[in-house]
Write a new protein. Structure first.
Length: 254
């Protein structure tokens, strides 16, 4: 409050009541705070940086605004980020992406590739309805809505960090919770856009279901292998296939 009083031309303070917290699937979220802040925002552009993430480059916003000025036909500018797990850098978030424009087809078809804390977008292009309160993947539905207006531009430079830790709201969920929520988000977006991207979304949903089935088969096979006696393992081709597949996957990840 002291800073808000000292710099009223730069800081506007909004104090929220804990009673107004929006719960998503029985867990408190920051959605009420986000919606209130978003409705009060007066700038041309909106930058996102959630509480457990952080920016790492002082020129981040300057670079992104410069892209908007150079390429006005885009709705959002994002960049690469570090994934930091329990204080240790793991990998770059958007590895393999080429700098340039990405359209709605990419946003629907690709696995999550836009780090939330890297987003800078045109406020005039994003209207959030009442339904936004209850969508689990809030950042992703925003990306889908913006991409339906204009494409995104990717800056191939690490300028923020995405933190993964045990206290995150996405941790400790039930088996297949996240892919099910992704299916839910894409389905809501499909209805909201009156099935304009129906074929793209159906293709992505099929891919998600295939991934879920593959994981389920892997877990069933692992459980079966663990329950074998030593002589069953020695005589079963399935066991050797499982071991060979395991090492091949490890080598691919490296």
């Amino acid at each position: 409050m002291a800073y808000a009083d000292k710099y009223p031309d730069k800081i506007r303070l909004f104090l929220n009541n804990r009673k107004d917290v929006i719960f998503i699937d029985d867990r408190p979220s920051g959605r009420a705070n986000f919606l209130n802040s978003y409705s009060e925002a007066r700038g041309k552009y909106i930058a996102i940086c959630e509480g457990d993430d952080y920016w790492t480059d002082k020129t981040k916003l300057e670079r992104q605004v410069a892209i908007f000025q150079k390429i006005p036909e885009c709705s959002l500018v994002f960049h690469n980020a570090l994934i930091v797990e329990n204080g240790t850098q793991v990998i770059n978030f958007s590895s393999g992406l080429a700098e340039g424009l990405y359209d709605i087809e990419s946003v629907i078809s690709k696995p999550w590739f836009v780090p939330s804390q890297s987003m800078l977008f045109r406020k005039e292009l994003l209207e959030l309805g009442e339904w936004f309160k209850y969508i689990y993947n809030g950042d992703y539905i925003m990306q889908l809505l913006l991409a339906s207006k204009l494409p995104f531009y990717y800056v191939d430079k690490v300028m923020s960090a995405y933190r993964v830790h045990g206290g995150g709201t996405s941790r400790g969920r039930e088996h297949f919770y996240h892919p099910i929520k992704l299916v839910e988000t894409l389905s809501v977006f499909n209805c909201f856009t009156e099935f304009k991207y129906d074929q793209l979304i159906k293709k992505r949903l099929d891919a998600i279901r295939s991934e879920m089935l593959a994981v389920e088969r892997e877990q069933i096979l692992r459980s079966t292998i663990l329950g074998m006696s030593w002589w069953e393992k020695a005589l079963t081709f399935r066991f050797y296939s499982y071991v060979a597949g395991y090492f091949l996957r490890k080598m691919k990840k490296k």
